[in-house]
Write a protein that binds this ligand. Structure first.
Ligand SMILES: Nc1ncnc2c1ncn2[C@@H]1O[C@H](COP(=O)(O)OP(=O)(O)OP(=O)(O)O)[C@@H](O)[C@H]1O
Length: 224
């Protein structure tokens, strides 16, 4: 039997407190297996981003259980969640590239947490070239377009070959050709590295690239 990369049950989440408290996720359960690409879709406000940030350990679990690579996330400290996050590649719209570092240096920074990866400088350059940024290796984020910055963020998330990739609209600011190339990179990582890829997207061009679709509505997972 395959061990799931992520397993969650009874997951609920609310924002605000007292009279302003509003529940946005209701009793979610499920699992993600190695090597699968899951498309998460659903209307705006249905809870997709909240769900992704919870299973990525970016928020504390309020209710329910989450296990990531065999380690429990619920009930852990912020410090422990930080450790688990090392195994996750995040591709979010607020990509938080470090402005004082070039594209290459941003990738090297991520690689510093992974001394087991050989030849980091080559790994960084190769991946930036693969996402079509050979002209921008030494550029700073402020010198790049939005789409170029997005590609640096994608390369930074993937260069450590994480076992889990969480992506929120990864192709939103990319043209069709570049978007397709990014999806191919994700597919390679899933098949060669056994990584699980969870991708929130409305992009009609890539909806059919997933192995399955998880559809959310009003904070619940709709039965497939
Ligand atoms: N930090 C927050 N504080 C209060 N409410 C929030 C917060 N973040 C999200 N919400 C609310 O929680 C609900 C779910 O939001 P979430 O961003 O998870 O949905 P989504 O499906 O990702 O939406 P979109 O497709 O528009 O990004 C929404 O009603 C949103 O307004």
């Amino acid at each position: 039997m395959t061990h799931p990369v992520i397993e969650f049950s009874g997951l609920s989440h609310s924002y605000g407190s007292k009279a302003l408290r509003r529940q946005v996720l209701f009793d979610l359960s499920g699992r993600f297996d190695p090597g699968e690409i899951v498309i998460v879709k659903g209307p705006s406000g249905s809870g997709k981003t909240t769900f992704l940030t919870l299973i990525g350990g970016l928020r504390a679990t309020q209710e329910g259980q989450i296990s990531v690579l065999g380690q429990r996330l619920d009930g852990t400290s912020a410090q422990q969640r930080l450790q688990i996050r090392r195994h996750i590649g995040f591709i979010f719209q607020m990509h938080n590239l470090i402005g004082a570092l070039t594209a290459t240096q941003n990738l090297l920074m991520a690689l510093r947490l992974h001394p087991e990866i050989p030849a980091p400088a080559k790994a960084a350059r190769d991946l930036l070239e693969q996402v079509g940024l050979s002209h921008a290796l030494d550029k700073y984020p402020r010198e790049m377009s939005g789409g170029e910055r997005q590609r640096v963020a994608i390369a930074r998330a993937l260069v450590t070959r994480p076992k889990i990739v969480l992506a929120d609209e990864p192709t939103a600011s990319l043209d069709g050709k570049t978007g397709k190339m990014v999806v191919e990179l994700l597919r390679d990582l899933a098949s060669q590295n056994g990584s699980a890829v969870l991708m929130v997207t409305h992009d009609a061009r890539i909806l059919d690239t997933g192995d399955r679709v998880l559809e959310m509505e009003d904070g619940r997972i709709r039965a497939a």
